[in-house]
Design a protein around this ligand. Sequence first.
Ligand SMILES: Cc1ncc(COP(=O)(O)O)c(C=O)c1O
Length: 409
Amino acid sequence: MIDVEKIRKDFPMLQNKKMQGHDLIYFDNAATTFKPQCVIDAVTHYYTDLSVNAHRGDYELSYQVDSEYEGCRKAVASFIHADEKEIVFTSGASNSLNLVAYGYKKFLKKGDVVLSCEAEHASNILPWMKVCEEVGCELCYIELDEEGRLPIENFRKVMNERVKVVALAQVTNVLGYEVPMKEICAIAHEYGAIVTMDIAQSAPHMSVDVKDIDCDFASFSAHKMCGPTGIGVLYGKFELLQKMDPFMVGGGSNARFDMCGNILLKDAPYKYETGTPAIEAVIGFHAAIDYLSAIGMDNIHQYEQELHAYAIEKLSKLDNLILYNPHADGGIITFNVKDVFAQDAASYFNSQGVAVRAGQHCAKLLMDKLNTSATLRASCTFYNTKEEVDRFVEVCKNATIENCLNVFF
Ligand SMILES: Cc1ncc(COP(=O)(O)O)c(C=O)c1O
């Protein structure tokens, strides 16, 4: 059970914040979430009480930083049911997804196939486009159904021995559908392909067990799950992390090197962590993981699904809206106001104190499928309330062409 009133007290950004003179309704959580006080305190704790580098020093403060830094790795590992040595800290999901594509490139050859789909975020498609261009592989797209879901039969149909990589999000960031990743991994592995899973939109909202799913890689960002910006995770099976190369080398990631150009990198995960990391963000991330775990990921998931169903029930009665994903599996509502360009409608929502996102949401390939050039996206999370949904629905009701255009005059 979620005690939303109690939870809201933890977030400074939810305390009497106004936007355009209205109480702020923040429905852009798929872009980034607000931070609870415990995360802000953890970041401040680093700068106030520690403030020294990690993995470098031989003095007490340095040991303490190392211990807090590695404590976060342990917490992340347990959060997604991985081993500590399989957790690489990166700057975010985009960084992690690029790292997989770059690192796995050396195992691909001309004629191999990388499989993805049109619903993917640019950060899970563009790195593979580049790899395919460089190596001569083919990037193919699994067909989505009418609703924009990825049916397992469509995946099975296109799977064959040429496929070496399957790159998919567990939950897509525009339509919010959950993809059956466990089945996908089992089928991909039968054909000898690896699966790189983008969990940027699932890890913040539901329990994710990478061992049970048996994916080879999983990438996510802390800032979408109440943690700081500038820190993310790449989970990888240890043997794969050991075999791949990092795209950055330098201080911190090497065991030794000599003047003949011989470089010996450390074992994973450290071989991927070159340079001084975002230490305060790692420490803040640990606080975020503890915070979410205390609420319970299953409780969060259930609450967000209920909030989504509550909103859809009301929104589907409005005839001025087009709803693209009434059956989403999480808190994402993607829609348009009929005959109003998405950005213009977003300006109207802004004028009413409601923060929603307009555009293509980094999933440009999906827009053709939805038969539009852009959409609005309202994304709720566990600290949003039914009362906020009610006010949002009222604003949607009043989002007529006249009202939307009046914002500009
Ligand atoms: C599904 C998905 N993948 C990847 C990303 C990239 O995350 P970041 O910008 O934190 O690197 C996002 C961010 O919106 C996302 O929604």
